[in-house]
Design a protein around this ligand. Structure first.
Ligand code: SAH
Length: 261
């Protein structure tokens, strides 16, 4: 199983766009995959990852890609969403609707400017959902930020490849727009989703062990905590401290329950 989609690319380009991957999740219509490849290539994006597409490869995809068939040929196909975003320091999810308990929400221009600044330092994923149902909650909960293209209130759902086109255009504008207006702290390297996930599993275990989390009445505690950490985006040192705290909680809970026996 593929663990880090980033490592399979041999990037020689120096543009920050070479660190940005477009991820399509559960795409139904192969024409949208081809049109996405075209939308990407005209804006200088090359890295496409497909999570469990319904029909792919497909002549329809190739026809819609036109001269972007190389982007299709280089696309990675994976089964697991976590494989598609592995190794990414920033994961942006796109959504046509606003959700309860949302992550920070940006418009395409702001999101693209921030993504291009970060892509100088680490891998970035821009994730698009299924034509019918978008991204599910499980996928959204791995996104640091969400992006919404402002639309008419009467109808907010863009065609998938058209949504990709708008974001790709903004990324291109941000990339050619000169030097970054913003710089990242030099010693800050946010941890990728797979490391955070490991921490979340242990945190849940520890909160159960100290009886802070009541399995009968979880009250969306883990969702709220996930959202807090996704906003904070801990670096390696910080995550080591957090994991250390969890270890101490588990150890103390174990000692207490042994003392009672
Ligand atoms: N009915 C679905 C719409 C999915 S449209 C829903 O409610 O979520 C397919 C994908 O195109 C979405 O998952 C998203 O990635 C993208 N998309 C469509 N409209 C968008 C918008 N207004 N802003 C951001 N992304 C959008």
């Amino acid at each position: 199983m593929l663990r880090d989609a980033g490592n399979l690319y041999n990037c020689t380009m120096t543009s920050p766009l070479s660190n940005i991957r477009i991820v399509l999740v559960g795409t139904t219509h192969p024409g949208n995959i081809g049109a996405t490849a075209r939308a990407m290539k005209v804006m200088g994006l090359e890295r496409l990852v497909l999570v469990s597409p319904e029909r792919y490869p497909s002549g329809e995809a190739t026809a819609m890609a036109s001269s972007a068939d190389d982007v299709l040929a280089n696309a990675l196909v994976v089964d697991d969403f976590m494989d598609a975003i592995a190794g990414c320091g920033l994961v942006l999810g796109t959504t046509a609707r606003l959700r309860s308990l949302p992550q920070p929400l940006f418009d395409p221009r702001t999101a693209a400017e921030k993504a291009v600044v970060e892509a100088d330092a680490h891998e970035v994923a821009l994730v698009f959902g299924r034509e019918k149902s978008g991204l599910n909650n499980e996928e959204v909960r791995h996104c640091n930020w969400l992006v919404n293209v402002p639309t008419s209130e009467a109808y907010s759902s863009l065609n998938l490849a058209q949504a990709v086109q708008i974001l790709a255009y903004e990324l291109h504008l941000a990339a050619i727009g000169g030097g970054p207006g913003e710089t990242l702290p030099p010693d800050w390297e946010p941890q990728p989703p797979e490391r955070l996930e490991f921490y979340f599993q242990r945190l849940e275990e520890a909160l159960l062990a100290i009886r802070f989390l009541n399995p009968a009445q979880p009250k969306r505690l883990m969702q709220r905590l996930r959202r807090l950490y996704l906003r904070a985006r801990p670096d390696e040192n910080e995550l080591n401290i957090l994991n250390g705290i969890v270890s101490a909680m588990l150890e103390t809970a174990r000692e207490r329950s042994e003392a009672k026996d």
